[in-house]
Design a protein around this ligand. Structure first.
Ligand code: AHR
Length: 317
């Protein structure tokens, strides 16, 4: 009996020491992060969501995920709910550039850092967010314009499928493209309308373009999904995409590489969606007092039909 008691006593002491050790050394902090995602409008966005979710799971981060279904008001609601839940930090993929001041001020007042993922915003006070982690959309638009001008020997009647109105990705991709083609008198945008970054709307808009203008011989789509929709519309109109009509788009998703291998898409300008690791590195750094340049820019490449078959097997998204 006496021996049992002393065994119990030893066990008790050992457990107490263990509890003490964990408290002194400190168990790793489990971060709670809110992620306000725009929606699921494109293959690119699905890849980004997957990158954020899988990185959170790998790193033991508790992720509160909110899909805004393309609506800014839903993103604002999500941000307010994250603030009320006292999350440690917020990742925000902003659907449009404007209208963020009030809610970001609320996050700042609550001392919750916000990192912008994949799109930028337009606010006077840039201390409202840590930084934006995005590709250079102007560069992407320019690269697309330069590639197309070369391919078309400086003469084309271009149909432009724009992204979501008010989105930095749409505004800047348009700007960069226009800057590049301005150098060539023969490069004309004859039709331009939003397809909201979706395949269905890209198809619908392209159908209308083809009916209204028989001179179109090139397409510039602000993302791959709209280009893939346009390809369907062109085929249904009895023309050969990639031959009768030259097509360039932006993103570089696997489906675009498949379309290039099939000879239906001519070129895609890459835009990296795998932002989970850098997003969490930056946000957790900021939570712990680190500072960052306001723009953490992602480097991308240009891939044409000729190299697609070689690249496709190693494409990650
Ligand atoms: O903000 C990045 C853009 O948004 C991607 O090009 C597009 O596919 C997405 O929906």
């Amino acid at each position: 009996m006496k021996r049992n008691n002393s065994m119990l006593f030893v066990l008790l002491i050992v457990s107490l020491c263990l509890i003490l050790a964990v408290n002194v050394v400190g168990a790793p902090k489990k971060y709670v992060i809110g992620f306000s995602q725009i929606g699921a409008e494109s293959g690119w966005r699905t890849a980004e969501t997957e990158s954020v979710k899988s990185t959170a799971a790998e790193r033991g981060i508790e992720l509160k995920f909110a899909d805004a279904q393309q609506k800014q008001e839903n993103q604002i609601k999500a941000l307010r709910s994250f603030i009320a839940q006292k999350v440690d930090g917020i990742l925000l993929a902003p659907v449009v550039e404007s209208g963020w001041e009030e809610v970001l001020q609320e996050a700042k007042d609550a001392k919750i850092p916000v990192v912008l993922l994949d799109r930028g915003i337009n606010v006077k006070d840039d201390s409202l967010y840590v930084c934006k982690i995005t590709s250079d959309f102007i560069w992407e638009g320019k690269a697309a314009g330069e590639w197309l001008a070369k391919k078309m020997k400086s003469k084309a009647n271009i149909a432009e499928l724009q992204g979501t109105p008010g989105a930095s990705a749409a505004i800047e991709r348009k700007k960069g493209f226009e800057q590049a083609i301005a150098k060539f008198k023969g490069m004309k945008i004859v039709k331009s309308q939003t397809g909201n970054f979706t395949r269905a709307e890209g198809k619908q808009v392209m159908e209308a373009f083809l009916k209204a203008d028989k001179t179109i011989n090139a397409v510039y789509a602000h993302n791959d999904d709209m280009a893939l929709g346009a390809i369907q519309a062109i085929e249904e109109a009895g023309k050969k995409p990639g031959k009768d009509i030259i097509i360039i788009s932006i993103d570089g998703v696997k489906a675009a590489f498949e379309a290039m291998v099939a000879g239906k898409l001519n070129c895609t300008v890459e835009c990296n969606p795998l932002l989970g690791p850098i997003g969490f590195d930056t946000l957790i750094g900021a939570i712990n007092g680190k500072t960052y340049p306001k723009w953490v820019v992602q480097k991308d490449g240009v891939f044409s039909m000729e190299t697609a078959a070689k690249v496709l097997p190693t494409r990650k998204y």
